[in-house]
Design a protein around this ligand. Sequence first.
Ligand code: XMP
Length: 176
Amino acid sequence: MESLIEKVLISEAEIHKRLDSMALEILTGFDGRPITVVAVLKGALVLVADLFRRLPVKLDIEFVTAQSYYGGTETTGQVEVIGGLPDVKGKSILLVDDILDTGLTLAALKAQLMDAGADSVATCVLLSKIKERSADVEADYCGFEIGDEFVVGYGLDYTGHYRNLPYIGILKEFGV
Ligand code: XMP
């Protein structure tokens, strides 16, 4: 699997170092309020596992499944929430996703969580692509800004694979 990686964009050590400082930013932002983490499956799985253990406050965790890519490298523009939303009424939400790309996923989920009665929704991503967004949204907490290229690893997949790489990398070629 690793032989198919062109280059490591962000190393495991860099990710973990940044998560330490992101956690402090989040704790400051929530200012002692209990946090309900809502993680977007499957991509945010690795991030949220590493991040929420760095948040020593009253916290619960929920998951949502949003589908926007359907296994390829281009968004379809449609964001589908599969299986509904958790009960978020009156809660302070930290919505965690792997990457902010077009912004459609984060914008759609944030709006739906607010409609479902959340008290507040702060957004958090490991990666944010520097590009024009299709939706008017930026993350409140962002690990790294990257160029507009397709990345894999640390939860991010290509056709379902590479999520288990401990770093963020760029593939040599697609179709593998
Ligand atoms: P949007 O475009 O809605 O994208 O901001 C959010 C979701 O799209 C997936 N995504 C990627 N997945 N490498 C991936 O493996 C990428 O470079 C990439 N860009 C977007 C991802 O699931 C994210 O939650």
